[in-house]
Design a protein around this ligand. Structure first.
Ligand code: CUA
Length: 331
């Protein structure tokens, strides 16, 4: 939870709601709230009946002063009672099963309409790679999508893959959980109806930094989304003032793992850095993306995120400064 707070703080001013399934903003999440209320209703009635009978029995048949320490009569075998407590729970389970199956079916059978946004999200220890194959965008940990309304429906269809272990994609206000499994492709779709920022979290224990595998979904009005797409499609800026940092970056092992489009850096093991500074956090929610934190991260990622797979770069102070000065130009 503390990590979610970092992310919330990191979104700096953007209104972020508590990630509760009871405040949905997207089609599948509305359905999930509906069924959650139904299940809570049924189980609530069962709880009241069972707890009520227990309390009644405890009070009504408590031992009173003067009672002899007699064992109560032992009653064996009543077909009617046994049948009742077998058949009734069985029927309740059947109802819950059928209703749940119908909701799952309704959500999963939704076909991808022509106007849908296509995204591939790849789970990594411990960050999310986010690709828009049709738009030529690659980013990390922050999914940007357009709002979808009745006039111009624009749901986002997400393909989930993993490069290492099992993760789980979960943004409670947008859709249900979906496992992210190596060598298996899963799909999930969202259809957010309200612009805003919605936070999520890997929901399957996936190693040391499972807790720092956060995800933010930013839902934009359509024109704002189109502007975001245009910015992200552009190659990295090449500021003359940051040339020495750019050359230093290209001479280091950084380029084996990271891509900066428009430069020799084309590694795919770590997050794409072409528009690094457009993101709120470093290390999937480990810290706010500020120049100071970025410098600390490059110096020693494990200081901010124990176990992060990026090695400490062991640079001199002046090299660190030069490199950071370059990285902060990647807007
Ligand atoms: Cu990825 Cu837990």
């Amino acid at each position: 939870m503390i990590d979610l707070l970092i992310l919330l703080a990191a979104t700096g001013g953007a209104p972020v709601e508590t990630p509760s399934i009871f405040s949905p903003v997207s089609t599948p999440a509305f359905a999930i709230r509906e069924i959650a209320f139904l299940v809570l209703g049924i189980t609530g009635v069962i709880f009241v009946v069972v707890a009520g009978l227990a309390v009644y029995t405890i009070v009504r048949f408590r031992r009173r002063p003067g009672d002899r320490p007699l064992e109560p009569p032992q009653v064996y075998g009543s077909d009617r009672i046994e049948l009742a407590w077998t058949v009734v729970p069985f029927l309740i389970v059947i109802v819950l099963f059928l209703v749940t199956a119908r909701y799952i079916w309704e959500i999963e059978r939704r076909a991808q309409p022509p106007g849908a946004i296509e995204v591939t999200i790849v789970g990594n220890q411990w960050w999310w790679e986010i690709r828009y194959p049709k738009l030529g965008i690659v980013t990390a940990n922050e999914l940007h999508v357009p709002v979808s309304d009745a006039a111009s429906p624009a749901p986002t269809f997400i393909t989930l893959e993993s490069t290492d272990v099992i993760h789980s994609f979960w943004v409670p206000q947008l859709a249900g959980k979906m496992d992210v499994i190596p060598n298996k492709t899963n799909r999930v779709w969202i259809e957010p109806r309200t612009p805003g920022t919605y936070v999520g979290q890997c929901a399957e224990y996936c190693g040391l930094q499972h807790g720092l595998m956060l995800l933010a979904v930013v839902v934009h009005p359509r024109d704002e989304f189109d502007r975001w797409v245009a910015t992200q499609r552009a190659p990295a800026v090449d500021e003359p003032a940051a040339r020495s940092g750019r050359e230093l970056f290209a001479s280091l092992a950084c380029i084996n793992c990271h891509t900066v489009r428009g430069t020799p850096a084309n590694g795919v093991f770590g997050p794409d850095l072409t528009h690094l500074m457009s993101r709120w956090t470093i290390g999937a929610g480990a810290a706010r993306n500020t120049p100071e934190n970025l410098r600390a991260w490059v110096n020693d990622p494990s200081a901010l995120k124990e176990g992060a797979l990026m090695p400490a770069m062991k640079l001199s102070r002046s090299d660190l400064d030069t490199l950071t000065a370059y990285l902060v130009t990647l807007r």
